[in-house]
Design a protein around this ligand. Structure first.
Ligand SMILES: [Zn+2]
Length: 272
């Protein structure tokens, strides 16, 4: 991934997506107007920051990316694997009008100038671009979404609705918690074994933080997300995996594992 700064706003971008000329980005904490635990580019409403600050931060971020503020369409994330197709009728959802969605963790569109927006603070943002069918998508892959292979669900939904061929799709696995930072309990490890079979052993290691516990594991979400994309038929050279961990870089990103609920949110953006 590349760190870009434009008009004082710092965001992350994928080389694969920049080369393809697609407008996209993942926000950092840098370049906004919010203060304290929200300092400074908080993009989460209803977290205790003022709506006015969040709106100004969105204006700065959309200006930096060169995308339309009024047309943004927000997800409504609840750790499901629900992925929906959106069109013009959803322009402004969550920013101009009240968010009309319930339980939507993935967004897909073929509409031009309809920026998709999803939210993060350690969970994995997945970016998709099909340059042949001209379709973009974003999905939110926390551990539950990753167990449910939301990346694969997104590809399949693109295939069913727009005739997308998985081998054409560019995918980005964005800034989120790394395998050396993400400790999970035995029941989460078990869910990964149920979903990924023998391959799950490549995703799990004994805990680095509490090695004597025996009931804690380190989980590699980036590799899990990549496996789900490969399973869906995406080619290895079309997958770019971030090298930025949100917990290791808490000056650059809000991290739920570092800050708990007293924090701002990052957002992912993509627009045709
Ligand atoms: Zn880390």
């Amino acid at each position: 991934m590349i760190k870009r700064t434009k008009n004082n706003v710092t965001y992350m971008a994928f080389e694969l997506f920049e080369k393809a000329g697609i407008k996209h980005g993942f926000s950092t904490r840098l370049g906004g107007v919010s203060e304290g635990v929200f300092s400074s580019l908080n993009l989460g409403f209803n977290r205790g920051d003022s709506d006015e600050n969040v709106r100004e931060n969105f204006r700065r971020m959309t200006d930096a990316l060169g995308i339309n503020y009024e047309n943004m369409c927000f997800s409504k994330q609840t750790h499901t694997t629900n992925v929906v197709i959106v069109d013009k009728s959803s322009a402004g959802n969550g920013i101009v009008t009240l968010n009309a969605f319930n339980d939507v963790d993935g967004l897909i569109t073929k509409e031009k100038d309809l920026p998709l927006v999803t939210f993060y603070a350690d969970c994995v943002p997945l970016f998709f671009y099909d340059p042949v069918r001209e379709v973009v998508a974003l999905s939110h892959s926390g551990w539950r979404g990753t167990v449910g292979k939301i990346g694969k669900v997104t590809i399949e939904t693109m295939k069913d609705n727009f005739g997308t061929r998985p081998e054409d799709v560019l995918c980005g696995i964005g800034p989120s918690i790394c395998k050396d930072c993400y400790e999970v309990s035995a029941d989460v490890a078990e869910e990964f074994r149920n979903s990924f079979g023998e391959e799950a052993e490549k995703l799990l290691r004994p805990s680095l933080f509490s090695p004597d516990d025996g009931n804690k594991y380190m989980l590699d979400l980036w590799t899990a997300c990549k496996m789900a994309l490969l399973e869906a038929g995406v080619t290895e050279e079309h997958i770019e995996v971030t090298d930025y961990c949100t917990r290791c870089n808490s000056e650059l990103f809000y991290s739920h594992r570092v800050m708990g609920t007293d924090r701002g949110s990052q957002a992912a953006f993509i627009s045709l």
